[in-house]
Each structure stands twice: as structure tokens, then as C-alpha cells.
Design a protein around this ligand. Structure first.
Ligand code: WTA
Length: 644
């Protein structure tokens, strides 16, 4: 290994690992590469429970894949029922802690009962396979119950992150054509009630498709229930039965749609189906998190993002893990809440994001040092490249130099982790996701699809289909083809730039498109721009991401105003609040910068690249609302017409 900053798997860790040593990793990787159908077929038979065996492993009509055709399966059965028969009935499935401090230890038996009873209520209300449900809930066990109850009946769910606004929620309800909404009165965040039901009411104002809204009572307080449409979850208990078997569904039955930002103003509905997704998330729990029956595992993501779907719900539960679920903010009531939870629940596997790590570093080492973190054996990172300072702190202060860090590269589209170390096998290099998972043929290529060679930058692509891959975009197969498969036919285009070093390690450098990454959340520049131009004062807007110490990137908006409007501090504030209202509070811009004109090519295309350079090199920060003279840039742009 040529790099000096290499961390070999600690001997004690490797000794107990599922995949022990680099040769074991290579053997798995080679098996999958040379005989993929046999590799995935064997795993699918061994690791999942089927109602009916499949007859074909992969049917690949680029870019459309079908995995495990002919099979009948159910995700809820795999996450619950099978564990009851395999001696895990009394094992804790979810160790829940609410932000106010309320606790629930839910065993697999109890979680199964909750899901069966809630599914039977949905069934009694006439919901069935093929229907669609929106889930807009706080991070409480009932959110998991809602997802698994839908999966049990074959209702395709779409979880919308609780931080999304009524506008964003409405767009998702409409695009999905949902019949059912599962929500709560509210959730707790930093000691305050986040009103979810009120947002649902606003989103559904002119909605014609939703006929049932089921509301879980969490926070208490004023809630406006619409007669005939809205029901309290507990008041439907009279419909519940303990007999509601999992419905045998096709392997390719749509399990969920998750909306994520693409390069246009309209979010993409990423579709994941049942068997392949389940296999991918189950296997990566074992390969990457080296999951053991006695582990206490905690992924801090929100279930509204893909990390929550794959590594709080489907992966861990299918693998029979004990998973911690925490409702609230890491800094409530103080900055050591997470560290105190690790000590309290004796968490040994902890999975979080670089942005959270950076925010907690800032508060000082005394917060984690006040707690016994000796239960930890493995740490994980996801969402963006992890910078060396954050890596070192995580490794030293949280992991006491003892715990490997698995830096996991993947996307909403990929369903599960594609590039990450197997911690007992692969030496780590801080900042690199290291090597691909078995069956993942990753490559760094130029615009023509030619490998760029060692240590050169290029596009990260995946050359073969894999079980957890997205199947299409909901209702938009053309955009699916266009967004991921059109540049290099038959090859999956990730939208990320990367470099591969002399040891074959992948270093992901960031997006190559107009997608920003703010606190590990994807946001498209176009989405923010179209929110801004909805405002009556705004003529034009251009949005770029600027490097940010804590959140990775921050949103900076260049705005020109319509005649009759002028820039002032208050309007800047108003526009920031406007974006938060249109999209969600996580999208609130860091800066609004007013300008008379935007730099454009002669054909009228905004030159975001120039603006990106401007915000990267310039030191102005905060809520800046001064008028920028972009005349220079505009003149420059005119000379470089073709560069956009
Ligand atoms: C980025 C989150 C570097 C990347 C699971 C990707 C990363 C986008 C990493 C997907 C990582 C995620 N190292 N970059 N370990 N993990 N990314 O869909 O740009 O919310 O394309 O999925 O996040 O974000 P998404």
C-alpha cells in the first residue's frame, strides 16, 4: 500500500469479522464479477425468505432491469415474521428514545404485532396492493410501523421528510397520486412541537386523490381534523385484527418511491422495488457494518431520506438487528445528547454524516469525553466526502483509535451502499470510500466512457446493474433514461466526479451537475431558482453552492429584481424565508446577493460556473444584501460564450 495514511483493520476487529482479510474480500469480489447471476442468486435464496422461488436472476433490457423474476416475496415478512421463527422474537428490534426522554424497547414480536394490527386497519379501510401512501411523520416507531404495514399489503409508500414544506409535500402527493396519508399531530424538535398535521392540511387543500388521512397522536395540541377524511390512528383500533398475513408480491413490486433533487426544478421520484433492494440492504448490513446478532446499531439519519429507509428500516430489520431510533436534535437539551445515548444504549455501531460530525466538533471534546463510549466498535460516515479533520476527530475522540470508520458512498438511486470498506478486510485511507462492494463494477471514465487511468479525475460510473438499483423514475421512464443512461449507453452515470488511486481506491470528489449537497441533503440549484422566481419581486435568479465549514455547501442566490422593486435587508430576509417556505427549512439560503444582471452566454444561459468561482474565492458572508456589480462577469461571459 503506497499511501502513508493507511489504517489496517485492527487485529481484534478482523479476528471476529464476517469478511476477514483482503483476500477474503477479493475472493467475494471476484466470484461476483465472474458469475454474477450465480452469486446473487445464491445469496437471494440463502438470505431472504420467499413465498415462491424466482426463476431468473436478472433480466436486463438496458436501462431497465428486473431482478429475481417469477419470485414472490414480501419485505415486511422478511423484516418481521421470519425473525419470530428464527429465535429473535424477544430480541429488541427498535430501541426508541423520544426527544423529551420517553423510551420504548420494542421487540420483534411487538413490532410484528404493531405492524400486523396497523396493516389490518389499512386493509379494513380498503387500501390494497398497488395503492400509494405518503408518510409524513416524526422519527418515532410508528413511522417504521407505517412503512412496514404498507409493505405488508403492497401499498407503495413515499416518505416525505418532516422538514419539507406544504408546497413540497403537495407536489409529492400529486405526483404519486396518493390515496392515503399517514402522519402525526406533530413531532419534537429542540423542545418545540413541529406541526405536521397542519402542514398536511395545507398541502391537501385542493387534493382530489387522498381519501384517508390517519393521524398518530404524538405531541398533543390543537389539530384540525377534516370530517370524513381524517382519522386518529388510535380511534381506528376497533378495526384492528391480529390476523393480517403478508401479501405475496412479485419481486419487482414497487416498494417505495423517494423523491430527490435532480438537475431541474422538479424532484425525481426514485422507484425501488422489493426483492433486489432487500437483498442489497441486507447484504451490506453484513459486509459493511459487519453485523452480529448481539450488536446495538444506530444510524442517526432521518427516515425521510434514503439512508433512513435502507439503514434504519429495511436493512437492519431484514438482518435482524437491534436498531436505536432517536426522535430529536443532537443538541437537545445539550450538545452531548448523542454521546449520552451511545453510553445509555451501549451502541457498538454508529453511522452518521460528516456534517453532523463537524457541527459537534465545534462544541468541544468535553461533551463526548463526559460519556463512556467504550461500547463502540465500528463507526460509519455517509452523505459527502469526509474531510481529514473530521475523520481524525471521529476516529480519535469518538472511536478512541480503536474503531474502523466505514466511509460509505452511495445515492438515493443506488438503494444501498456501493463503495465502502469491509472493515475487517480492507485497510482504510481517510477520505476514501475505498473499494466497491461485490457485484459493483465501478470505474472512473472520461466523456467518451474511456477509463481515465490512475489518479486522474473523471466521472464515476457503474458498468453493470446491481440488485438495489433504482428501476425507473415514477411516471417518467424517459427522464430515467435521459438522466442516468444517455451519456454512456448501458452504463449508469452517477453524477459524481471521482479519482481512483494506485491501489484501486475510489476518492469521490463531489457532483458534476447542478446538484448541491447541503448538510448531506441533496438540493438542486434549479429547485431553489424556481422557488425564487415565484416571488413577485424577483425577475431572475441563479443559485450556486458555496463551500461551508459545517454544512459542506451553503446555498447562495444571485437575484435580480423586477422594475419597481429595490434591494434592501428586509427583502433579503423575506426571500430566504420564502425559499424555506416553498421547499423546506433545510433549503433556506445562506446568502441572497442582489445584482442588476446575471452573467450569461450569448445564447442566454446563466453561467453558474462563474458565480461558483465568485462565491468560492470571495470572503463576503452572512445575510449579505448588497448590490453586486456583475458587469465584469457579464462582459467576461460574453467573451467565453461556449464555456457554459
Ligand atoms: C454524495 C445519500 C462522498 C455524492 C446516501 C452522492 C458522498 C450524493 C458519500 C447522494 C460519500 C454520499 N463520499 N460523497 N461517502 N455519500 N455522497 O442521494 O455526491 O442523498 O452522489 O444519498 O451524496 O446523495 P443522496
Amino acid at each position: 500500500m503506497s499511501n502513508e495514511h493507511v489504517f489496517a483493520p485492527p487485529a481484534a476487529f478482523a479476528a471476529q469479522a464476517h469478511v476477514n482479510g483482503i483476500d477474503a474480500y477479493r475472493k467475494l469480489y471476484d466470484q461476483a464479477a465472474t458469475a454474477p447471476d450465480q452469486f446473487w442468486g445464491d445469496l437471494a435464496r440463502k438470505e431472504l425468505s420467499w413465498f415462491q422461488p424466482f426463476d431468473t436472476v436478472l433480466d436486463w433490457q438496458p436501462p431497465f432491469a428486473k431482478w429475481f423474476s417469477g419470485g414472490k416475496i414480501n419485505a415486511s415478512y422478511n423484516c418481521l415474521d421470519r425473525h419470530l421463527n428464527e429465535g429473535r422474537a424477544d430480541k429488541v428490534a427498535i430501541a426508541f428514545e423520544g426527544e423529551p426522554g420517553d423510551e420504548r424497547q420494542i421487540t420483534y414480536r411487538e413490532l410484528h404485532r404493531l405492524v400486523v394490527r396497523f396493516a389490518s386497519i389499512l386493509k379494513a379501510r380498503g387500501h390494497q396492493a398497488g395503492d400509494r401512501a405518503i408518510i409524513y411523520m416524526p422519527m418515532i416507531p410508528e413511522a417504521v410501523v407505517a412503512m412496514l404495514a404498507c409493505a405488508r399489503l403492497g401499498i407503495t409508500h413515499s416518505v416525505v421528510f418532516g422538514g419539507f414544506s406544504a408546497e413540497a409535500l403537495k407536489a409529492r402527493v400529486e405526483d404519486l397520486g396518493a390515496q392515503l396519508v399517514l402522519t402525526a399531530d406533530g413531532g419534537w424538535r429542540r423542545g418545540k412541537k413541529i406541526a405536521l398535521k397542519a402542514t398536511v392540511n395545507e398541502a391537501l387543500e385542493d387534493c382530489t386523490t387522498v381519501r384517508d388521512v390517519i393521524v398518530y397522536h404524538r405531541t398533543g395540541g390543537e389539530v384540525n381534523m377534516i370530517e370524513g377524511r381524517d382519522h386518529w390512528w388510535h380511534e381506528l383500533e376497533h378495526l384492528a385484527s391480529d390476523d393480517c398475513p403478508a401479501v405475496p408480491l412479485d419481486s419487482e413490486h414497487p416498494l417505495f418511491v423517494l423523491y430527490t433533487s435532480g438537475t431541474t426544478g422538479k424532484p425525481k421520484g426514485i422507484l425501488h422495488t422489493t426483492a433486489g433492494y432487500l437483498l442489497h440492504t441486507t447484504m451490506t448490513m453484513k459486509w459493511v457494518f459487519d453485523l452480529k446478532q448481539s450488536d446495538v446499531y444506530w444510524c442517526t439519519a432521518d427516515i425521510g431520506w434514503v439512508t433512513g429507509h435502507s439503514y434504519i428500516v429495511y436493512g437492519p430489520l431484514s438482518a435482524g438487528a437491534t436498531s436505536v431510533l432517536y426522535e430529536g436534535a443532537p443538541d437537545f437539551p445539550q450538545y452531548d445528547r448523542w454521546w449520552s445515548l451511545i453510553a445509555k444504549y451501549k451502541v457498538n455501531t454508529f453511522y452518521t454524516s460528516p456534517t453532523a460530525i463537524r457541527a459537534l466538533i465545534k462544541q468541544g471534546d468535553h461533551w463526548p469525553k463526559a460519556h463512556d463510549l467504550s461500547s463502540l466498535r465500528l463507526l460509519g460516515s455517509v452523505g459527502e466526502p469526509i474531510n481529514p479533520a473530521a475523520w481524525n476527530w471521529y476516529h480519535h475522540v469518538i472511536g478512541a483509535d480503536r474503531c474502523p470508520i466505514v466511509d460509505t458512498w452511495w445515492q438515493t438511486e443506488t438503494g444501498g451502499i456501493l463503495i465502502a470498506p469491509m472493515p475487517g478486510a480492507v485497510p482504510l485511507k481517510p477520505g476514501s470510500g475505498t473499494l466497491p462492494m461485490p457485484g459493483i463494477i465501478a470505474e472512473v471514465v472520461d466523456v467518451h466512457g474511456k477509463p481515465v487511468g490512475e489518479n486522474r479525475e473523471g466521472f464515476l460510473v457503474i458498468k453493470r446493474p446491481w440488485p438495489g438499483m433504482l428501476r425507473t423514475l415514477w411516471g417518467d421512464p424517459e427522464r430515467y433514461q435521459e438522466a442516468y443512461w444517455s451519456r454512456l449507453p448501458g452504463i449508469y452515470f452517477t453524477g459524481d466526479a471521482a479519482r481512483r488511486d494506485q491501489d484501486g481506491y475510489f476518492w469521490v470528489l463531489g457532483r458534476v451537475d447542478d446538484v448541491m449537497n447541503v448538510s448531506g441533503h441533496r438540493l438542486s440549484t434549479m429547485e431553489v431558482e424556481s422557488a425564487l422566481v415565484h416571488h413577485p419581486a424577483v425577475a431572475e435568479a441563479a443559485v450556486v453552492g458555496k463551500p461551508h465549514e459545517i454544512t459542506g455547501q451553503a446555498v447562495v442566490c444571485f437575484v435580480s429584481l423586477k422594475a419597481g422593486h429595490w434591494n434592501h435587508e428586509e427583502l433579503g430576509k423575506e426571500l430566504r424565508a420564502w425559499v424555506a417556505k416553498e421547499i423546506g427549512s433545510f433549503a433556506r439560503p445562506e446568502e441572497i446577493r442582489f445584482t442588476e444582471s446575471l452573467p450569461k452566454t450569448r445564447s442566454g444561459k446563466i453561467m453558474r460556473r462563474l458565480l461558483r468561482e465568485l462565491v468560492t474565492s470571495n470572503t463576503v458572508s452572512g445575510d449579505v444584501t448588497t448590490l453586486e456589480d456583475l458587469g465584469v462577469l457579464t462582459r467576461l461571459a460574453a467573451q467565453n460564450d461556449d464555456e457554459a
